[in-house]
Design a protein around this ligand. Structure first.
Ligand code: EPU
Length: 418
């Protein structure tokens, strides 16, 4: 298993580019199942979750070709409308094929996701939405089986709570349903809007994506298209926090600043200078003595849960007490214990983490528990005195493209070893 060896403290300086968004690329790849014609997606990040999704499309019967950052998917025939346990257990987003398969083939079989390091993460809102569209959903042998032999029909789906992949699954299914579908209390994440843009290029009729009510007029068929994935706002945010925590001066290029507003506000409250440079770059200059600022995760446009762990690393270096409240997932504080092993002062009380800073961190052996937790440990290790070893970096490889190379380019002392 790969590890990272990181030596600190360092001050990051220079330019770092952002890759395509993993959480946009995943539903975009699933959407390719909605048409017999080829779909070409540009700016697909080279990360492990994408490799998993490509294997999944392959087992379903699609031809998948990769050419640099472009992926071409041709799902002429669907030979097996199924997401097997072997793949779903490594990536919960595999459930994104449920809606497209059901819409295209009238049936789908998807393994139920098991436990997850960050919370329960059920997919009941996906299945109850599909039932409203006319599917019959049953569960047996650890699989969800959905059938709609007569095809799906439009309906009003009001989500009990906001779900990102649930909204995406229903959005894809509704494109081929008969009549109109209204998705209410839909997720407003930029990744949902990006998916709707791709579906629009494929011939879908969608209004309101990016707002909380999305209206879809079903069509008989969708056609091939070309689409470029939006930049990864979580990767960009991680680099901005890296600049801030190291007191550095980092230009994050190829990002979409309007997707990062909630983080920018917090970075400025903490004393960092953040400036937009042109349409697609942000420059961060870290404060000499960062200040604490409370933060609560929320659905977009609030502060993303996917940056909570990284923000916590920053707050260990800030003067004062900061209260970090996690409202999206019930168990997303695993990194706090590892940060404490490096010398941070963090107390967890239910859904809140109380961080007292600044604390001098010292290098230690720590274990990555999930994707974003690993990123937070990398950030902490860059300011800790001495050497840190971060074990199980396969978690970070799920969603960050060559993070060690990108950070080394701006001055981090980081190596991958076995
Ligand atoms: N939920 C339910 N029932 C459902 C679906 C969700 O109760 O049927 C609950 C979840 O348990 C959670 C909340 O609703 O408490 C929100 O979950 P959501 O469905 O929005 O999460 P997701 O779609 O499974 C996506 C991202 C996550 C990101 C969350 C929240 C992808 C592939 N994944 O997950 O990304 O944290 O939205 O923004 O888009 C990551 O990249 O590290 C990651 C975990």
């Amino acid at each position: 298993m790969d590890k990272f060896l990181i030596r600190g403290p360092v001050r990051l300086e220079g330019e770092v580019p952002v890759s395509g968004a993993k959480n946009s690329a995943l539903p975009a790849l699933a959407a390719c199942l909605l048409t017999r014609e080829p779909v070409t997606l540009e700016r697909i990040p080279r990360v492990r979750d994408i490799a998993t999704m490509k294997s999944l499309l392959g087992t379903i019967g699609a031809r998948v070709e990769t050419d640099g950052g472009a992926v071409r998917v041709e799902a002429k025939e669907i030979s097996q409308p199924e997401a097997p346990y072997q793949l779903v257990k490594t990536m919960r987003a595999s459930s994104l094929v449920l809606g497209p398969l059901l819409a295209r083939c009238g049936r789908a079989r998807v393994s139920m996701p098991g436990g997850c390091a960050i919370g329960a993460r059920p997919i009941n809102l996906h299945t109850s939405g599909l039932e409203l569209l006319g599917a019959r959903v049953t569960q047996s042998h650890g699989y969800i089986e959905a059938e709609a032999p007569q095809g799906l029909r439009g309906a009003v789906v009001h989500f009990d709570r906001i779900t990102v992949t649930g909204t995406e699954d229903l959005l894809m299914a509704a494109t081929l349903a008969r009549g109109e579908t209204l998705l209410e209390n839909a997720a407003r994440e930029p990744e949902v809007k990006d998916l709707a843009d791709l579906l629009g290029r494929m011939g879908a009729r969608i209004e309101g994506a990016g707002a909380s009510t999305i209206r879809i007029q079903g069509v008989d068929w969708l056609h091939g298209a070309e689409h470029t994935i939006i930049p990864d706002r979580i990767e960009a945010g991680t680099f901005l926090i890296a600049g801030a925590i190291t007191g550095g001066d980092v230009l994050v290029t190829g990002c979409q600043p309007e997707h990062l507003q909630a983080l920018i506000v917090k970075l400025r409250q903490g004393g960092a200078e953040v400036q937009q440079q042109g349409a697609a770059a942000l420059r961060v200059r870290g404060a000499r003595a960062p200040r604490s600022a409370d933060m609560t995760t929320e659905e977009h446009p609030g502060f993303p849960t996917d940056l909570q762990a990284q923000y916590m690393a920053l707050m260990t270096q800030a003067e004062g007490i900061s209260i970090i409240t996690e409202t999206i997932f019930e168990n997303r504080f695993m990194h706090a214990l590892e940060l404490t092993r490096m010398g941070a002062n963090i107390r967890i009380e239910g859904r809140q983490a109380i961080v007292a800073g600044p604390r001098k961190l010292s290098g230690a052996q720590v274990i990555a528990s999930d994707l974003r937790a690993s990123a937070s440990l990398v950030l902490a290790a860059m300011v800790a005195e001495g050497e840190s070893t971060i074990d199980r970096v396969y978690h970070i490889d799920r969603g960050y493209e060559r993070i060690e190379a990108k950070l080394a380019q701006v001055g981090a002392n980081i190596q991958r070893t076995e």
